[in-house]
Design a protein around this ligand. Structure first.
Ligand code: NAD
Ligand code: LMR
Length: 324
């Protein structure tokens, strides 16, 4: 059997962790012929719960699962890691300001970035899921100066999948009919799901829906879907978030012509260099590449700029806290 790929999952005892680990162990993250070794990172109080999940993983007798390690030490968790899914984060509590949340998460993602820098394998790929995902990814990336910056990404694939599903329902087509969907910007309510480059049946999607629906229903439904799930479930999205994490890494490793991912900006489309912002990307040879040359109309420009402005403010806030 090939050497197992080490996959580190932080926040492994949380609800996304529970929806994610079994799918990784079954081969859905990397491929049905790739053996995996799981490393579960938790805070000390949650290690016992992670041990319980590991018992259940054992009980599945997954053919591809070659081992499970459980730890509260980031240096151990990331030692030799090939893929890191940074899910564990500090949830926003009542009365907490955005700055408090960014500060609390800096205390998590700074040390994790350093541990990745010092101990991860040379081919490490990092996906940040824990919110605020883009800026947490920036903190981790900035604390890992020896790792190529393009190995740090944040998740907007859930937003991308939500956009596919909403558009498919509107046009009464299977999701597989939709091509070139894009989420721009931040994984937040300012994100911009773009129908001006998406195509259905070879024609631009924006031309197949009413402009009022696009502006007043589609964009806010996708952008505020996370809050709507919290309202309905009494807890934030978990299985769909885990599913999106699987999609993101699978495509990163195995290649895709077009998806959405938050990657380090190279200045494309006027997004300041260094920000971790969502773009249309393709993947080949284990690398994401921003799709170039798209025309951006005034409507899209305003929305991309608004989301990027929010990312810039988040970056300035964590910089002023000394986190990057
Ligand atoms: P959860 O509260 O159920 O689980 C989080 C887990 O992280 C807990 O078990 C906690 O002990 C652990 N944790 C906290 N600090 C840690 C640390 N320093 N190291 C390791 N583990 C740590 O939360 P959840 O529902 O699993 O969600 C996790 C995160 O994902 C949240 O920030 C949530 O907002 C975010 N999320 C992002 C998206 C997205 O699309 N990007 C979608 C859904 C949820
Ligand atoms: C989501 O998009 O479902 C989550 O990011 C929502 C949240 O705030 O946890």
């Amino acid at each position: 059997m090939a050497t197992p790929v080490k996959v580190t999952v932080t926040g492994a005892a949380g609800q996304i962790g529970y929806a994610l680990l079994f799918r990784i162990a079954s081969g859905q993250l990397l491929g049905s012929n790739v053996p995996v070794k799981l490393s579960l990172l938790e805070i000390p109080q949650a290690v016992k719960a992670a041990e319980g999940t590991a018992m259940e993983l054992d009980d599945c007798a997954f053919p591809l699962l070659s081992g499970i390690e459980i730890t509260d030490d980031p240096n151990t968790a990331f030692a030799g890691a090939n893929v890191a899914l940074l899910v564990g984060a500090m949830p926003r509590k009542a009365g907490m300001e955005r700055g408090d949340l960014l500060g609390a998460n800096g205390g998590i993602f700074g040390p994790q970035g350093k541990a990745i820098n010092e101990h991860a394998a040379d081919d490490i790929k990092v996906l940040v899921v824990g919110n605020p995902a883009n800026t947490n990814a920036l903190i981790a990336q900035q604390n890992a100066p020896d790792v190529p910056a393009d190995r740090f990404t944040a998740m907007t694939r859930l937003d991308h999948n939500r956009a596919l599903s909403q558009l498919a329902a509107k046009l009464q087509v299977p999701v597989t009919e939709i091509k070139n969907m894009t989420i721009w910007g931040n994984h937040s309510a300012t994100q911009y799901p773009d129908l001006y480059h998406a195509e259905v049946g070879g024609k631009i999607a924006a031309e197949q829906v009413e402009s009022e629906w696009l502006r007043d229903t589609f964009i806010p439904t996708v952008a505020k879907r996370g809050a709507a799930i919290i309202e309905a479930r009494g807890a934030s999205s978990a299985a769909s978030a885990a599913n999106a994490a699987i999609d993101h890494v699978y495509d990163w490793v195995n290649g895709t012509d077009w998806t959405s991912a938050a990657v380090v900006s190279d200045g494309s489309y006027g997004v300041p260099e260094g920000l971790i912002s969502s773009f249309p990307v393709r993947a080949a040879g284990g690398r994401f590449e921003i799709i170039q040359g798209l025309e951006i109309d005034a409507f899209s420009r305003d929305r991309i700029d608004a989301s990027v402005r929010e990312l810039t403010e988040e970056r300035d806030a964590v910089a002023s806290l000394g986190l990057i």
